[in-house]
Design a protein around this ligand. Structure first.
Ligand SMILES: C[S@@+](CC[C@H](N)C(=O)[O-])C[C@H]1O[C@@H](n2cnc3c(N)ncnc32)[C@H](O)[C@@H]1O
Length: 261
């Protein structure tokens, strides 16, 4: 996904007014964040975790950035390559009284170098795939302090036997999609210690992402009636939602939480 390469209709579907641009919700963000809490420390969620510098990679309009700002201490750099998302995040941060905690940066994540670091926490919900999962792990490694934390959500196969039309769909839209075991193995060979992993619940995926996107498709079908190209993009996103409706047992958004060794 490159901001300059995508057609306008893409950003009309994935509009900044959406709270999330990927299956995930605040409960999942906090569940992942709590994995960085030392065992036996204060009750989960009660005390903000302190980090010296946090990077939210592919932050979108910042659903998870705002949760991070509420439940951590430390400056957050929220990075994305689409200006309208960053403008919306800035607006939401101001409304929530969190603008002092969040600095936005318009940048292609693929151009980051170790000089942009170091960070002691990197967060990336549904965006590391842009660099490729393995290459993304390596890039984050070079941006993290030793012992620094990395939390990533990534679309993975949950079962080895997806039906043919489901497998066919992903062979077209995300051929690099891997299973959970392979993703776990990639974290180990990329020099991370795994703290935990879990699948974002189906209910959260619907409430925070698929239902709101489907609602936008209904609206946009009317707005773009007569524009075959735009309608085709709308229907391709509808297909993605329909595939999830039928086959959510076979794949999902999986959180991987780890520390750089
Ligand atoms: C699936 S969305 C996830 C957004 C957000 N993390 C969330 O969960 O709502 C992926 C995000 O990555 C951003 N993105 C795509 N390519 C990028 C790139 N090369 N550099 C930086 N951000 C990029 C998109 O603009 C989008 O906001």
């Amino acid at each position: 996904m490159d901001s300059n390469e995508l057609p306008e209709i893409f950003y009309e579907i994935f509009d900044p007014s959406l709270s999330r641009l990927n299956p995930g919700d605040e409960a999942s963000t906090l569940r992942a964040l709590n994995m960085f809490r030392p065992a036996g420390s204060e009750k989960e969620g009660e005390t903000a975790l302190r980090f010296r510098r946090i990077l939210d990679l592919g932050c979108g309009c910042g659903g998870q950035t705002l949760s991070l700002a509420r439940y951590t201490k430390g400056p957050i750099l929220a990075l994305d390559n689409h200006r309208a998302y960053l403008d919306e995040l800035r607006r939401r941060a101001e409304a929530a009284g969190l603008s002092g905690r969040i600095q936005v940066v318009l940048k292609d994540m693929r151009t980051l170098t170790p000089d942009d670091g170091p960070f002691d926490l990197i967060w990336s919900e549904g965006a590391l795939f842009i660099m490729g999962f393995r290459d993304g792990l390596a890039a984050c490694h070079s941006l993290l302090t030793p012992g620094g934390g990395l939390a990533v959500s990534e679309l993975c196969w949950l079962r080895p036997d997806p039906p043919a039309d489901c497998r066919q769909f992903f062979s077209e839209v995300y051929p690099a999609m891997t299973d959970v075991e392979a993703a776990l193995s990639a974290t180990r060979t990329s020099d991370y210690e795994l703290l935990g992993h879990f699948t974002v619940p189906e209910s959260a995926s619907w409430t925070s992402y698929y239902h709101p996107v489907e609602e936008r498709l209904r609206l946009l079908r009317k707005r773009h009636a007569g524009n075959a190209e735009n309608l085709s993009m709308i229907e391709s996103v509808q297909k993605e939602i329909d595939i999830y409706r039928r086959y959510s047992a076979y794949y999902g958004s999986v959180f991987f939480v780890m520390r750089r060794r």
